[in-house]
Every structure is written in C-alpha cells, then in structure tokens.
Write a protein of this length. Structure first.
Length: 366
C-alpha cells in the first residue's frame, strides 16, 4: 500500500456533519494553550457511563501516530488498557465532525498535561485529517477543514512539503547552509531546532537551557541566538533563537505563529500566509527556570539543576519533587503565560517536607 493510500485509510474515520455547507470551511472547536491547538472530542452519552466523556487531544503536525492516555480511556469507558494496546474511539464528535473510528496507541501523557497546565488525554497525528485541507490559523486561534487541493507551488505562499516521510517539511535557509525541517506544531515553544548547534554562527556559545518534554522521555537541550538571519520561503527570520536536538530538525511554534498554514496531504503541499508582512519576524529572548524534570506521580522530580539559572540561584535542588507553580497544581494551572514580574513560585516537597521557593526568571538566551 502506498503512503497516500495508507493516509486515506487513516482519515476515513472522519465525516463532516450536514450542518456545514459543502463549499464552506468547517471550523474545528479548539483551545489554544501555550501555542498548542487542543481539540475536545466528546463520546456519545451512554447509560452507565460517566456524564463527562470529553477527551482533549493535542493536534501535532510532527506526530506520525495518534495516542491516548490509559487513565483517560478508563475514565470515559471503564476499560483499562495497557501502554502497548491500541484504543478504538468511535461514535464521537468534535464540533461538526463525526468520528466513526479513531485508532490510537495507548501511552502515558500525564507529563504533557503537567507541562501545559491543561488536561491532555491524547495526541492527534498529522495524518488524522488527510482527506481534507487542514488550516492552522494562529492569529484567530482556529483549525479549519476544507475540501479541494492546493495549487502548484509558486515559491511565494505555496511550497512542496515532501520529505523523508508523509509529515510536512520545508526548507529553511541560512547564508551558510540550507536545511529541510519538519513543520512541527507540537513544538510550540521552539523557534528552530537544529542538530550540531555548535556549528552555527551564534552571538554566544550554546548553553544548557533546560529540557523538552517528549512523549516517552525528557530531552535535554541547549540554546543560542543566531548571528545570521534565516529565511523560510520569501520570509526573513531575524536572528532566530536556536535549540539543540539530537533528532529531527524542526520549525516550531515560535515561527509558525506568524503565519496561517494550510496542509494538503494528498499533493504534499503547504500554503503559508504571513499575518503581518509589514512587521519583521523577530524572536524574544529565551526565558527558562533551569530545572531538568523527570516524571513523578506527584508532579515532577528535579533530575538536575542547570548552573547559573533561576533554579540554581533560587535554591532548587536535585531530588526535589515539584507539585505546583504560583499556587496552582501543575495539571490545572491554566494556559496563561508567566507572570508579568517574571517570578515563579515553586511548590515542592524536599525530604518529605512541603515548602515553596520563589525564582526570579531571566533570559538564558538573549
């Protein structure tokens, strides 16, 4: 079976309700949380099942498979599945979209919910909407589905998105190198992630900045600001911040948020429309606390503390169990950004004793 045929088979679980006109784009209900698109998928009510049967899925253009958390499946169905099982979600709705059969791998996602401060029950892969044109509109906070195909690439707004797999890829050009990178909405707080960051011309040498929460692991990272501008299509990125990655190089949400993206998986094309062409695309300094987290049943265990960071200056120690930020538990603290005064009040447990420490955040990458 070809990749395209496989994608079409995956997408066959979707149908659009008759309330939407065939010629009109369909808006998928979404919540934007820290730059991520979250979709509520609600299973049909059934006698004997919980009244709340809504699962929150994070849509990730960088994900090749869909996932669902075993605790979430048990909550809505009463069935306990193991982490190597597959779940079949049917008779469900995402606004006007009917979901007839969504297959998802089962995997623990608690650490993602804690990282965002919002319930995350599942991850919806890029291939989930392959029958339709999928639009991610960052400025209006919308996901839309439409019928039809994108026109041929024109080098201005429409580009080939083919790459080593069926996910979307684009070329990013620096004056001294050219890289084909994955367009990854699941890396919302990243600008550009690159291998061998030490080979790039940066204002300061790369320094450890923290860690990224991946599906199965915590990935330590370093960061620096490029001296050179980059280019994606005709759009110039002014001295972007760079993050290291040992794996796939990617274009993250800090770049994506400046555009509306439409993906055509059948033709492997992408359209990117800049929100405000008159405003240069610049990148804020990278603020971080400097704690490297490991998953823990009560929250996060501090695996290590990066030197000369807010955490090291504020007295955080390896082995501390972090249970909350700014008075809220990790998984329900909401989608607001850091406080305007750049302080972070950390609730933690150390040697069995509960305590709080206040960190003053500062830029690790200017």
């Amino acid at each position: 079976m070809s990749i395209h045929h496989a994608l079409l088979a995956i997408a066959s679980f979707l149908s659009i309700g008759s309330a939407a006109g065939a010629a009109d784009p369909v808006v998928i209900p979404t919540v934007i949380c820290r730059g991520y698109f979250l979709i509520p998928i609600t299973l049909a009510p059934r006698e004997g099942y919980p009244a709340d049967r809504t699962l929150w899925f994070l849509h990730d253009t960088g994900a090749s498979s869909s996932y669902v958390d075993p605790d979430s499946i048990e909550r809505v169905s009463g069935i306990r599945l193991g982490v190597r099982d597959r779940a079949n979600i049917s008779d469900a709705q995402a606004g006007p979209i009917s979901i007839n059969r969504l297959q998802a791998r089962v995997g623990q996602l608690d650490h993602l919910a804690r990282a965002l401060g919002h319930p995350i029950d599942g991850i919806l892969s890029f291939g989930a909407f392959s029958d339709y044109l999928l639009t991610l509109d960052y400025e209006n906070g919308e996901m839309r589905l439409d019928e039809g195909r994108l026109p041929p690439p024109d080098g201005e707004t429409v580009f080939n998105a083919d790459g080593p797999d069926y996910r979307p890829w684009m070329v990013v050009e620096f004056p001294d190198r050219r890289r084909r990178m994955l367009i990854d909405s699941g890396a919302a707080m990243t600008s550009l992630a690159v291998r061998r960051i030490d080979l790039y011309d940066t204002f300061e040498p790369p320094r450890p900045t923290g860690a990224s929460m991946r599906l199965r692991e915590v990935e330590e990272r370093s960061g620096a600001r490029s001296r050179l501008n980059a280019r994606i299509g005709p759009n110039q990125l002014i001295t972007p911040t760079l993050q290291s990655t040992p794996g796939t190089e990617l274009i993250g949400g800090e770049v994506m948020r400046h555009f509306t993206w439409t993906f055509d998986q059948v033709t492997e094309r992408v359209r990117m429309v800049r929100h405000h062409p008159e405003i240069p695309i610049t990148f804020e300094p990278d603020y971080d606390h400097g704690m490297v987290f490991e998953p823990h049943p009560l929250g996060y265990r501090v695996g290590s503390v990066i030197a000369d960071t807010p955490a090291s200056r504020g007295g955080i120690q390896a082995g501390d169990i972090v249970t909350g930020f700014n008075g809220d538990s990790l998984d329900v603290r909401g989608c607001d950004g850091p406080p305007a005064d750049n302080t972070l009040v950390v609730s933690l447990i150390r040697n069995g004793q509960a305590m709080t420490l206040t960190l003053v955040l500062f830029a690790l990458v200017e």
